[in-house]
Design a protein around this ligand. Structure first.
Ligand SMILES: Nc1ncnc2c1ncn2[C@@H]1O[C@H](COP(=O)(O)OP(=O)(O)OP(=O)(O)O)[C@@H](O)[C@H]1O
Ligand SMILES: [Mg+2]
Length: 329
């Protein structure tokens, strides 16, 4: 049973120029212990999707509809219907988040350990300080930090250590779902790879569900059981990682995969997707990817393709998908 079921989520930003259609009909299921990678170019709405799920939206955001069903085993709730004080109980404890550029989200004037202790005490008021400190020490071990560092300040940490501390903070209230929004992009590739591998291990060990967001397909490949490919406010393809890598059907997915160097070192010409993602104030009519698509037809420019299950657990929004080997049409 899914721990999170998102259905037809729509959120637009109001601006002087009009509405930015950042989240435009997103649906997916996430099971306990499963990791979903969301990949897409900058500005396609990845962060907006997570902020809409958590209801952490700026003043100019307009929630337009949809459902976010959360079920931790004790019954299903639609988070979009909850009053704010009820919603707060689900944030961090039900679904927690590692924000984009999270390294800078530690408070510089408090000891790192104390910040995590405070988060635990806020959500579990019956916990004693000693119990909370013990838990923080365990979390430090889990994320690869020396517990002796609990009493240091953020400026005494390296970038990689800060990122590990932020991960410990996100895990501190035993969330069922963790949303990690580009948590390692600010780090050098070696540290990034180490942290990614550890996050994957922790997620499996704690049987937590994870949504991992990145524009980098290589990073997504490393951590995701399934992958959602996002383009201009919509998911265009969603399937298990192997399917997405081995036999992508959406020309955009195909483009992203082909621009990714082969891990086996096999030499191939890297393909780049021509053009730029559209302005979401005024996205193109029909399929939003059509202007950049090598497979676009008249119909694509006219009609928006629905997001449909084309085979079990494989969803696609495309009128003219990339052919499979041996397929006629
Ligand atoms: N508060 C806001 N007001 C108006 N437009 C916004 C606001 N926040 C984001 N946007 C726009 O919404 C769209 C989606 O932005 P979002 O940050 O969700 O993209 P993203 O996929 O996370 O990009 P990145 O990979 O760069 O982090 C972009 O066009 C962005 O400019
Ligand atoms: Mg983002």
């Amino acid at each position: 049973m899914p721990v999170l079921s998102v259905r037809d989520l729509v959120m637009h930003y109001k601006t002087k120029m009009g509405y930015v259609k950042a989240v435009d009909g997103i649906s997916f299921d996430l099971n306990a212990g499963e990791s979903l990678g969301i990949v897409g170019e900058s500005g396609c709405g990845k962060t907006s999707v997570s902020m809409t799920i958590l209801r952490l939206l700026p003043d100019n955001a307009e929630f337009r509809g949809g459902h976010v069903y959360f079920n931790d085993g004790s019954g299903e709730v639609d988070l979009v219907t909850l009053p704010e004080d009820e919603m707060r109980k689900y944030r961090w404890k039900g679904i927690s988040m590692i924000f984009q550029a999270a390294m800078n989200s530690l408070n510089p004037v408090y000891r790192v350990g104390d910040q995590i202790v405070e988060a635990i005490l806020n959500h579990y008021p019956d916990t004693t300080i000693d119990e909370a400190r013990k838990k923080v020490a365990e979390l430090f071990e889990l994320v690869g930090l020396d517990p002796k560092r609990m009493d240091q300040y953020p400026h005494q940490y390296s970038g990689g250590m800060k990122q590990r501390a932020v991960i410990a903070l996100a895990l501190s209230c035993d969330p069922k779902v963790i949303i990690a929004d580009e948590p390692t992009t600010a780090l050098d590739v070696i540290v990034q790879d180490k942290i990614l591998k550890e996050m994957k291990k922790i997620q499996k060990k704690l049987n937590m569900a994870m949504i991992y967001i990145s524009h980098d397909i290589a990073v997504i490949a490393e951590v995701s059981d399934k992958i959602a490919v996002m383009y201009a406010g919509k998911f265009v393809e969603l399937a298990d990682s192997i399917t997405i890598f081995k036999r992508p059907r959406h020309p955009y997915t195909f483009g992203l995969m082909s621009s990714f160097p082969s891990i086996t070192g096999e030499k191939k010409k890297l393909f780049t997707i021509p053009g730029e993602p559209p302005n979401l104030l005024n996205p193109p009519k029909g399929c939003r990817f059509a202007p950049r698509c090598f497979n676009a037809t008249e119909k694509c420019r006219r009609e928006d393709p629905p997001f449909l299950e084309i085979e079990p657990d494989h969803y696609l929004a495309c009128w003219n998908p990339v052919k499979r080997e041996g397929e006629e049409k």
